[in-house]
Design a protein around this ligand. Structure first.
Ligand code: ADP
Length: 273
């Protein structure tokens, strides 16, 4: 559609009833996509109509984490139909991924700012989302072009910052949060992931702090100080083998092991958002 006029982004209109959550992180590999998928499924299971935009140009792992890695979107007239999937309890979830816009799966997304901007706008405005209660956006790590574009197009998006407890991860996560604020988006909270490993030998009350401690609280305190409003730590998700397996097999842990501490924490976060 090249230089054609873009359609309007429905979620940017005054009076839009869709809550948009942008999930951001400083570094890659901290579990941002895993958190996105599990929060989205948890919300869908609460009865909300949920969509996910996978805008992580480096990772785009969301479809595989939901078991639809091989499905391509269809087109109806000039609209792209998002890939439909369902939670285990049958709640519908619509997904579109930046990976689905590539002509070939194995192609690398080597796009510059304007192309990335167009891809983001396309996923928001050319996709038939219907009436959503919540739209989750999985952002690439860091403070790059997609984060800037999103801030320009959807300043009403609420940003959730994901970090690990580690000092180095927290420091870059603060930058991602600050960037969101510069784009006039509100940072609604921090999720600390990989917070600890319940000791497999002594019992779960013995927590191995594999990545240190304090990163989530540090990011929340720093951002609150900078912005002048409360930025809570929304939850601390432990390391959990089932969470990783659930991601690899396309069946999120909030469904496969809902009673696990990690799934309970994710459900708690979804309920507070
Ligand atoms: P990001 O989106 O930040 O790059 P991912 O969600 O892709 O991170 O997670 C990176 C890897 O770590 C994945 O293999 C994922 O399954 C795993 N992972 C994420 N969070 C946890 C956790 N709490 N416990 C165990 N493995 C995790």
């Amino acid at each position: 559609r090249g230089g054609q006029a873009q359609k309007e982004i429905p979620f940017a209109q005054a009076g839009s009833l869709t809550k948009v959550y942008a999930i951001a992180s400083g570094k890659g590999g901290v579990g941002k996509s895993s958190v996105t998928v599990n929060l989205a499924v948890a919300m869908a299971d609460q009865g909300l109509k949920v969509g996910i935009v996978d805008a992580d140009i480096y990772g785009h792992s969301i479809p595989a984490m939901l078991g639809v890695g091989d499905v391509r979107p269809t087109q109806v007239e000039d609209m792209i139909m998002p890939v439909p999937t369902r939670s285990a309890s049958g709640a519908p979830i619509s997904v579109i991924s930046i990976g689905m816009l590539k002509p070939r799966r194995d192609q690398v997304v080597a796009w510059r700012g304007p192309m990335l901007d167009r891809a983001l706008v396309q996923m928001l405005s050319d996709v038939y989302w219907g009436d959503l209660d919540a739209l989750f956006l999985d952002l690439p790590p860091g403070t790059g072009d997609i984060a800037i574009s999103l801030g320009q197009h959807l300043p009403n998006a609420e940003v959730v910052v994901v970090t690990t407890p580690q000092e180095a991860a927290a420091e870059v996560a603060e930058r991602a949060g600050t960037m969101a604020s510069m784009m006039h988006q509100r940072v609604v909270g921090v999720v600390e992931n990989m917070s600890f490993l319940p000791c497999p030998h002594c019992g779960p009350e013995h927590r191995l702090e594999v990545f240190g401690s304090g990163g989530g609280a540090r990011v929340a305190t720093t951002l609150a100080g900078r912005f002048g409003y409360d930025v809570p730590v929304l939850g601390e998700i432990p390391l959990d083998l089932q969470l990783r397996e659930g991601g690899d097999s396309g069946r999120p842990i909030v469904e496969t092991a809902p009673e696990s501490p990690a799934a309970r924490e994710l459900n708690k976060i979804a309920a507070t958002l």
